[in-house]
Write a protein that binds this ligand. Structure first.
Ligand code: GA4
Length: 334
């Protein structure tokens, strides 16, 4: 019965479901950025989970709330208006369709490049129009603040790993050619539709690892985000709209020769509350060469697990892959 319901849901709404426990995970590592122990806690968290929460981050809560409010207004516009900023190429407005290889999710989103040198004409055009000018300001203000959190965390990671060059990761994001992005997601409450699914959850954003160095995520107070633990179990992350969650990406995994793990994660939708999330992806410039850092290989007496590749090569491969694909596999040394 459930199978045929899944088939119907998929046909009617183009959306997938999965059965999941809703138990909230109590073990998310928490890092206070002003704690002298922060770097040690961060490195442990990146090794064990590829995931942690940042509190005491100095980003004003009003600034976070402001982007959330403007985001709700943006997605509240008629579909025809929003679609002026789509389809995503990959930047721009997207609805349900993720990437270009047939992935779908119960989500609408806006994907923006945060680098002013890389122009994303459609989205810029839309954001320059009334009534979106406040949204654009909120986005710009948010990017400035969240980038600082990203840089600080990357420097603490380098420090915690005992790397002499403290800015070895952060300099890539600081580079004006950095391919960093902001993604704003809206997962509408899915009440009635979910009731057709025989108790399963709708998939908002299917399981994947993030490509960049780290992702800095903030959401409103709704559940939905899940991470996959080392033993393969999926756990739900208790929401906290006042904090940021850091997700280790594939690039950082490569540069640390697998020492820090990019974490598989996904988003399931809530029946009663809409989820709004904004994620800053701190990434390298396109021509940056990615490979395990020599200092890490020497200090740990390890052989490199990965071939050297540029971020451009990785990104091209990523955009030709499905969301769940292990994108690092083609860069592993045999
Ligand atoms: C996952 C992380 C980020 O959201 C993203 C996504 C990107 C997109 O939506 O355009 C990708 C996905 C993400 C990885 C594989 C490809 C590309 C969709 C997809 C199927 C913006 C990113 O950088 O990679």
């Amino acid at each position: 019965v459930v199978l045929s319901q899944q088939a119907t849901l998929n046909e009617l709404f183009n959306v997938n479901t999965c059965k999941a426990t809703s138990l909230l995970f109590k073990g998310v590592p928490e890092v206070d950025l002003s704690d002298p122990q922060a770097k040690r806690i961060i490195v442990n968290a990146c090794q064990e989970f590829g995931f942690f929460k940042v509190v005491n981050h100095h980003v004003p809560l009003e600034l976070m709330a402001n982007l959330e409010n403007e985001t709700v207004k943006f997605f509240g516009q008629p579909r025809s208006e929003k679609e002026k900023a789509g389809p995503p190429d990959p930047f721009g407005y997207g609805n349900k369709s993720i990437g270009k290889n047939g992935d779908v999710g119960w989500v609408e989103y806006l994907l923006l490049n945060t680098n002013p040198d890389v122009i994303s004409p459609k989205s810029l055009l839309l954001l320059q129009q009334n009534p979106n000018t406040y949204f654009r300001c909120a986005v710009e203000e948010y990017i400035l603040a969240v980038k600082e959190v990203c840089l600080e965390v990357l420097e603490l990671i380098a420090d915690g790993l005992g790397i002499e060059e403290r800015n070895v990761f952060s300099k890539m994001v600081r580079d004006k050619r950095s391919d960093s992005c902001l993604r704003v997601n809206h997962y509408a409450a899915c009440g009635e539709i979910q009731s057709l699914s025989g108790g399963a959850n709708l998939i908002g954003f299917g399981e994947h690892t993030d490509p960049h160095l780290i992702s800095v995520l903030r959401s409103n107070n709704t559940t939905g985000l899940q991470i996959c633990l080392k033993d393969g179990t999926w756990v739900s992350i208790p929401p906290d709209h006042t904090s940021f969650f850091i997700i280790v990406g594939d690039s950082l995994q490569v540069m640390t020769n697998g020492g820090l793990k990019s974490v598989k994660h996904r988003v399931l939708t809530d029946t009663s509350m809409s989820r709004v999330s904004m994620i800053y992806f701190g990434g390298p410039p396109f021509n940056e060469k990615l490979a395990p850092l020599p200092s890490i290989l020497i200090s740990r007496e390890e052989q490199s697990l990965y071939k050297e590749f540029t971020w451009r090569e990785y990104k091209n491969a990523a955009y030709n892959s499905k969301l769940t694909y292990n994108r690092l596999s083609i860069f592993e040394k045999s």
